[in-house]
Design a protein around this ligand. Sequence first.
Ligand SMILES: [Fe+2]
Length: 405
Amino acid sequence: MATVTMKAPAAGGLSNKARELMEAINTEAGKHNIWVRTQANAPAQRPWFSETSGEGSGQLGTGRVAVNQMKTLPYMWKWNEYGGYLKQISQIAQKADVSPIEFADRQSILLLNPGLNGRLQVTNTIRCAISIYNPGDVAPVHLHSPNASRTILSNKGGYTVIEGERVTANRGDLILTPNGTWHDHGNDAEEPVIWIDTLDWPLMEFLDAAWVDHNMPGAQRNTNVQAVTVPEGYSRHLYSHGGLKPTFVNHQRGVGRDPSPLFHFRGEDVKEMLHSLRKEKGDPHEGIKLDFVNPITGAPVFKTLNYSAQLLRPGEETEWKRETAGTYYVCIEGSGATEVGGKRFEWSHNDLFVVPNFLWRRHINTGKHDAIIYSVSDSALMRAIGQYYAQGRDSKGKVTELPLQ
Ligand SMILES: [Fe+2]
């Protein structure tokens, strides 16, 4: 009988020799787009849930599996920097010899997170453009699979028509164009209007599911805009009294699945509610915070993105928190600071900043008045796929798991 001698495997897995032999196969296999696994998935083995360093944000990932994976960087765009570019493009467009739509499609600037390698996105899932519409500008009707919204920065002026409903824009308003809704925009006021366009476009691109349709059946051909078919304020009148749902209308608007049928949240209503709650204790990690929700389901307005507004009282300092979601914020009122990933962003009027996935952060109201900041995060998506976690850290450094809210 032959005797087989088994050599004990080298400690830690493959011997160096075996690894070299395997890698040698890869030289040839790579020509056929094949990789023989010789190393573990390093990022997946990081103890990210208990790790506290936040290392790697703003850098490209390494390792075979995560090669070139992009890590969002904490970053801030100041109004006094980006506002100047809006003014410039508005002036160029006013004097242009062709309509702006012919050379720029939109008069917008797009915010690029410096950690995301030049892509048109502020986090791994969110695109943010700041648009300026001169008096008379019109953006033709269209529909797309990404969800989109406008957060209005100008005091007034401008409008969006969604599924036949015209919505007039004022500062602090959130106007939704859920996926699969026909929408067009314009400005029929005397002054330019500025707003933030927020989209889950990068996520849809990643899923290879981003598409756009410009051919609305029945659109008015001379201007390529849709007809207004319901009264101004239609969806607000139907849905903005919380807890009461009309029974005589179809809540489906557009062709997307379970869209929020409420398209318009007024900034003045948000502000009034926040201020009316300012004597409540609030959340130690957030202050007084409200979520914008679909009035039919109570869920976030988009299945991918959660929109919030929060008020921080003068002197209020939140406790440290981190969550498995990428978030951008914009300051609507007051001033303050946010500390994240070793950086401190001092923010005020219209400043935007990003808090990446699972980095510790805290907010501080450094001003003499209430501060209001709006945020958009992909926590809705992360909750829906069972990947949302949040932790808090108190002043003594004790870390606790935060419940889903
Ligand atoms: Fe759009």
